[in-house]
Design a binder for this molecule. Structure first.
Ligand code: 13P
Ligand code: SF4
Length: 396
């Protein structure tokens, strides 16, 4: 006899080796790649949201200044009053004392730097607080303080000047300021290192090992042996006191989770696929990638290089995908071919947290007189971090 229980649908999860196929709509049982989404997807630049952002921004007028890092999505970047790399945006924020609100379309450490460099009555807003940076998170204040103790015990702290990449928390910038160091960005790292080596004999470079190594070896003529890698997860950084004493560059073991994925193979592949291609990469890429590239520089440098390139030239770019896609579209009209260096590298997921819904929410809240997602660095941290940032801004 059939019971009611037998007829009831079973909600027990059924084990299936193809559980992920749902994502690919079961069109290709062996792969999720290359499966089109049937149906019309809404525009990422939803016209209602575009209009709401426009109205809110207009209502705010000169009270708001919107900064957009080059890695931001197109639908966000269209509302930026200025775009730039982290160095340019830091300067632009400092040069806008009349704006009551600085809306930073970028990541957390950039908004902190803007807060440090702007006046007390100016409020910096990050539209989504989850827009952090995995590289910045790789150096915490406790770890860096412990590292300084290690350098002190090895008898070399006196000779060491800290140089911290802009992509670091306000705490790390404050540590840098307190210990006589400077901040740098990818567009002024060589100048910062030149300055640091005038102040001391060794540099502690935080937190991006690749920018530190690439600048030291490629731009300053040091050897790979002049550099050691300090691992904050190992006792004594994984180094002997002798190794620390012999090193010129003590590199923190941090990296960018996006740029760190470009490989030497991708450089070889693209040269084979596109004869005559110029390979242009960001200095956050690994040393072997940078060494094999034709040109290396910050996001601002990448854009300027493409602007100056002759029609008919071909370029493979190793940096974040939002920027490369925008450049590919822009320069196609000038007959310059721009491709992404490696097909397996993704967008920066934290940069992508800033989307149109979050921007609309932030702008509408401000227009309604409600301050949201303010990024505010405490006074003591700010004073030391500012010292380090101002040393950077004073570099020749
Ligand atoms: P720049 O814009 O300074 O080149 O930095 C790249 C980057 O990774 C920012 O997060
Ligand atoms: Fe951080 Fe890299 Fe993203 Fe820049 S691209 S925000 S360094 S994770």
């Amino acid at each position: 006899m059939t019971t009611a229980q037998d007829l009831a649908p079973s909600f027990e999860p059924q084990p299936t080796p193809l559980a992920l196929l749902l994502l690919g709509r079961e069109a290709d049982p062996k792969s999720e790649r290359g499966v089109d989404c049937p149906g019309d997807l809404p525009s990422p630049s939803d016209p209602d949201l575009v209009e709401r952002a426009r109205v809110a921004k207009e209502k705010l007028g000169d009270k708001v200044f919107v900064l957009g890092h080059h890695y931001q999505r197109d639908e966000v970047i269209q509302f930026a009053d200025v775009t730039g790399d982290s160095f340019k945006l830091a300067r632009d924020a400092a040069a806008k004392p009349e704006a009551e609100y600085i809306v930073f379309c970028g990541v957390h450490f950039m908004a902190e730097s803007a807060d440090i460099l702007t006046g007390d009555d100016q409020k910096v807003v990050l539209p989504d607080l989850a827009a952090g940076c995995s590289m910045a998170d790789m150096a915490t204040a406790e770890q860096v303080a412990e590292c300084w103790d290690v350098l002190t015990d090895a008898g070399i702290a006196e000779q060491v000047v800290p140089v911290s990449y802009m992509n670091s928390s306000a705490d790390i910038k404050a540590f840098t300021g307190k210990h006589g160091g400077t901040i740098c960005t990818s567009s002024n790292a060589k100048k910062a290192l030149d300055w640091a080596f005038e102040q001391g004999e060794k540099v502690l470079f935080l937190p991006d090992q690749h920018l530190g190594r690439n600048t030291a070896v490629r731009d300053m003529g040091m050897s790979l042996e002049d550099c050691v890698l300090y691992n904050p997860h190992k006792p004594n950084g994984g180094l002997t006191d002798e190794e620390l004493r012999a090193a010129k560059m003590i590199l923190w073991r941090g990296h960018c989770s996006v740029h760190g994925r470009f490989s030497l193979d991708s450089v070889h592949d693209v040269r084979e696929r596109i004869p005559g291609v110029n390979v242009l990469v960001h200095p956050e890429c690994k040393h072997e990638v940078v060494a094999a590239a034709d040109y290396v520089g910050s996001t601002e440098y990448i854009i300027k290089t493409l602007e100056a390139a002759p029609a008919g030239s071909k370029w493979a770019i190793g940096t974040e995908l939002n920027l490369v896609r925008r450049l590919a579209n822009r320069f196609a009209a000038e007959d310059k071919e721009v491709v992404f260096l490696d097909k397996t590298v993704c967008f920066c997921s934290t940069m992508n947290r800033i989307d149109l819904p979050h921007l609309v929410w932030a702008l509408e809240s401000l227009a309604d007189g409600k301050l949201v997602n303010r990024i505010q660095v405490d006074k003591e941290t700010e004073s030391f971090a500012k010292l380090a940032l101002e040393r950077m801004l004073a570099l020749p």
